[in-house]
Design a protein. Sequence first.
Length: 375
Amino acid sequence: EEGMNAQDLGKILHREPAEIVKKLFMLGVMTNQNQSLDKDTIELLAAEYGIESEEKVHEDISDIDNLYTKEMEASKESKNQVKRPPVVTIMGHVDHGKTTLLDRLRHTNVSEHEAGGITQSIGAYQVRLDDRLITFLDTPGHAAFSNMRARGAEITDIVVLVVAADDGVMPQTIEAIDHAKSAQVPIIVAVNKIDKPGANPDHVMEQLMKYGLVPEDWGGDTIFVKISAKTGENVDDLLQMILLQADVMELQADPQQKAIGTVVEARLDKGRGPVADLLVQQGTLKIGDPIVIGDTYGRVRVMTNDKGRRVKKATPSTPVEITGLNDVPSSADKLVVFDDEKTARSVGEQRAKNALEKQRENVQHVTLDNLFDTM
Ligand code: GDP
Ligand code: MG
């Protein structure tokens, strides 16, 4: 049986055959492009290109998506489930008032003792109403929502669809409805700008019937709230309705299991290193927890809440900013917690290496085994 030669290997590794020959020469193996190579030589070369013959040690535990899903499933069976705050995304047509609403919410319903009411920008924040919390994702718009979903992150429980009462249903209104529907996320309609002279909320409600959003008063099951994000009128009613919808959905989580979460935003801070804003979804994240996020790893060093306060732990639906990672993760990356730092580190390193390999060679992951399979 003819073994593989430098040309064959070049193809598999996406390298020029001449480079393979040169590499082998550096390793002390004299060959030409056509000469067939023995197993030891191929193994030597493979190692040189970062392909290991041992089956990856952390095959299963480096599958973060799988670990995340397992914890998510486990929570559904758990007897320790408790109510958790709903996670809300605000969507709607440009200029209909998404940012104004988010700003208003950010500055109201924040109790006095919470850092003077100043909410930090950490990708999400919580609003309190009658001792209950609601988590708002801070990036309105459809791109953020789609990006999260495209990466398999479904962190939004409820969509608040903002429609300006003086403008009515517009293209991005319809787009938002489509997004929410395909994600099977319930919509609450906030008919905004009711303070404006030209406001016609009833017209908006009529228009939306075409898209299956029918108010309860008219025999449907969609919650509509007429608000002014500018004056604050009925904004508390909107919060009340979000909580009502959350109750109907029976949103729960188990704060006792291992924490899982999703990155909302991440960046490199000059002084503090990699910083990730994330939403804890199940379990309780604690200072010191060994973690892997996407292709990064570390220990939770400093954890800060949306009020700029340092916290020692974060329960489900809580947004926090953390430091302590070796690198900057991406938004929508998943977080899982490991028992010890050593494991987290090797899993993280393994994942980073895999990602780099994929990126560099732009080939499907090649193992030595499937190298040999082709022999
Ligand atoms: P976004 O593009 O959806 O984020 O819309 P913005 O929040 O930036 O609002 C667009 C414009 O509408 C701004 O000039 C706001 O001040 C104004 N606006 C937003 N909400 C209201 C409202 O309830 N009443 C009035 N009169 N103006 C509003
Ligand atoms: Mg805006």
